[in-house]
Design a protein around this ligand. Structure first.
Ligand SMILES: O=P(O)(O)OC[C@H]1O[C@H](OP(=O)(O)OP(=O)(O)O)[C@H](O)[C@@H]1O
Ligand SMILES: Nc1nc2[nH]cnc2c(=O)[nH]1
Ligand SMILES: [Mg+2]
Length: 154
């Protein structure tokens, strides 16, 4: 990936709130399904903003095979076709994860906070578009570290 897009906790909450605003009225939803693990954080924000307490998880693990991330294993699923449910993930990249989810829950509304062009057609709504060659650095994957002053780096 040639570009990096660093996301702070603040900006993640701000963008997710904008996505949440478009999911009103909340009464149309039976509940939220979070796609683990990346979807857990936006699911919490959505649940808070929409006043939804029915929150379930769809647990998916992906494996690296020669840098291809196409092998997905569903560890835990939710019964039904997804009707009346909002399914949330943090991002869609190649669309491999989204494709599996859409097949499993054809009647759900599937949304993400970030979307890359390849995945865009597979989501019903998203907030932030980034280019395909951008790696999104999520706040839970980072930490605040000490930065050596420039004058001490000489
Ligand atoms: O569109 P795709 O190419 O399928 O990529 C998108 C998926 O990749 C990331 O999850 P990841 O598999 O890294 O696992 P995690 O959410 O458990 O960290 C992200 O949270 C999406 O679920
Ligand atoms: N954190 C992170 N995980 C991903 N999984 C697939 N694409 C990405 C990305 O751009 N950032
Ligand atoms: Mg994920």
């Amino acid at each position: 990936m040639s570009n990096k897009f660093v996301v702070t906790w603040d900006s993640f909450q701000r963008e997710t709130r904008k996505l949440a605003a478009r999911q009103l009225p909340a009464s149309q939803w039976k509940g939220i399904i979070a796609v683990t693990r990346g979807g857990l954080v936006p699911a919490a924000i959505l649940a808070r903003e929409l006043g939804i307490r029915h929150v379930d998880t769809l647990c998916i693990a992906s494996y690296d095979h020669n840098q291809q991330r196409s092998d997905l294993q569903v560890l835990k699923q939710v019964q039904g076709d997804g009707e009346g449910f909002l399914i949330i993930d943090d991002l869609v990249d190649t669309g491999n994860t989204a494709r599996v989810i859409r097949e499993m829950y054809p009647k759900a509304k599937f949304i993400t906070v970030f979307a890359k062009p390849q995945g865009e057609p597979l989501v019903d709504d998203f907030e932030v578009r980034v280019t395909q060659d951008t790696w999104i650095e999520q706040p839970w994957d980072m930490g605040v570290v000490f930065s050596t002053p420039l004058c001490d780096q000489e």
